[in-house]
Every structure is written in structure tokens, then in C-alpha cells.
Design a protein around this ligand. Structure first.
Ligand SMILES: CC(C)(COP(=O)(O)OP(=O)(O)OC[C@H]1O[C@@H](n2cnc3c(N)ncnc32)[C@H](O)[C@@H]1OP(=O)(O)O)[C@@H](O)C(=O)NCCC(=O)NCCS
Length: 162
């Protein structure tokens, strides 16, 4: 099976945002995170320092990772893999590529927020050396309805010896 991993930044916002929004809609059917429209995606992708990695199988996009890096700090905004392609190491592979990319850019630490109920994502992040460093109470869901805390996770990139 031929896989490709391509990184895009703001210049390609419109076309890429449509791909991201379609993948996100198909990926978040568990109600654990907020749905992002194509417009939301485009806004996030257009902010300074935002980049996305799209993983394709035989030219079909099946997963993406969206992040933002400013100076020596980065934030993962979203990661998703289409349901039928999960459990094959794609999430972990995208994080590896992210870490390599951030190391080259001189980023020192990476943060993210994830629902406390999102066991698959938390396990993926912990397997890839993220640690829980904080919690935002009732961050997800509407007031009083199925509210969930957000866990704040951090990964510190190893120092590169010159
Ligand atoms: C979270 C997500 C990206 C994981 O992608 P994936 O390609 O299936 O992950 P991988 O195959 O690389 O798994 C790597 C590790 O993560 C953990 N993991 C992944 N899915 C898991 C699950 N359903 N249950 C428990 N652990 C899981 C395991 O430790 C796994 O390692 P192992 O296979 O050696 O046990 C995917 O489930 C997804 O797209 N979920 C919906 C979107 C989402 O919730 N994104 C996160 C918030 S933005």
C-alpha cells in the first residue's frame, strides 16, 4: 500500500481546509469533541504558524494532524484518522513526523487539550511521551449537559546536541 505524508501551511488554506473538514466530520462521530465546520477549519489553518500534515493512502486522504507553532512552543489543534484506518499506527506516525518537523524549527514544547473521556486519544498521546499537566473543568459540552473536563497535556522535545 502506498502512503504519503504531506505538510501544508496557510498559503494553501482553502483547498486544504475542505479536505480537513471532510475528514474531521467523518472522524468525530463519538461526540467527544466539538465539530469544526469548514470555516472553523479554514480560520484555524490560516492563523500564524499553523500547519497541517495530511496522510494519504493511494492518494486518498485518510488522516490529518493540525498544529500551530509560535517561537519555541507548539499546540496540537486536532488529530484524526478515519475510523476504518485506526489502530494501524497512523496516529503515532503523524506525531513522529510532527516531532521531527518541530525539532528542525527549534520548538521546545508541545501542548494540547483533550477530553478526559477520549481514551483512545489520551492513550495515543501518552504512548508518544505526552504527560498530563493540567485540567480545565467542564471545558467540553453545553452547560450542565454531558460536560467533560479537558486534560492539558505537554510533550517536551529532547534537546538536540550540536
Ligand atoms: C485518536 C486517534 C487519532 C488515534 O489514531 P490511530 O491511528 O488509531 O492510532 P495508532 O494506531 O497510531 O495508535 C497508537 C497508540 O495509541 C493508543 N490507542 C489508539 N487507539 C486506541 C484505542 N481505541 N483504545 C486504546 N488505546 C488506543 C494505543 O496505545 C496505540 O498503540 P498500540 O496499537 O501499540 O496499542 C483516532 O482514534 C481518532 O482519529 N479518533 C477520533 C478523533 C479524535 O478523538 N482526535 C483526538 C482529539 S483532537
Amino acid at each position: 500500500m502506498a502512503f504519503s505524508l504531506d505538510i501544508f501551511s496557510g498559503a494553501s488554506a482553502v483547498a486544504v481546509s475542505e479536505i480537513l473538514a471532510a475528514l474531521q466530520t467523518a472522524s468525530f462521530q463519538n461526540g467527544l469533541e466539538r465539530h469544526w465546520s469548514c470555516h472553523d477549519m479554514s480560520m484555524a489553518f490560516s492563523t500564524m504558524g499553523a500547519k497541517t500534515l495530511i496522510l494519504s493512502e493511494e492518494d486518498k486522504p485518510i488522516a490529518f494532524l493540525l498544529w500551530r507553532a509560535v517561537l519555541d512552543e507548539a499546540e496540537i489543534l486536532m488529530i484524526c484518522v478515519l475510523p476504518e484506518y485506526r489502530g494501524r499506527g497512523h496516529g503515532g506516525k503523524m506525531l513522529e513526523v510532527l516531532y521531527d518537523n518541530l525539532a528542525i524549527e527549534g520548538v521546545h514544547e508541545v501542548f494540547l487539550e483533550v477530553s478526559e473521556n477520549n481514551k483512545a486519544a489520551i492513550a495515543l498521546y501518552q504512548k508518544n511521551a505526552f504527560k498530563i499537566v493540567g485540567r480545565r473543568k467542564n471545558y467540553y459540552g453545553d452547560k450542565g449537559i454531558q460536560q467533560q473536563d479537558a486534560l492539558i497535556m505537554q510533550y517536551i522535545l529532547p534537546k538536540v546536541m550540536l
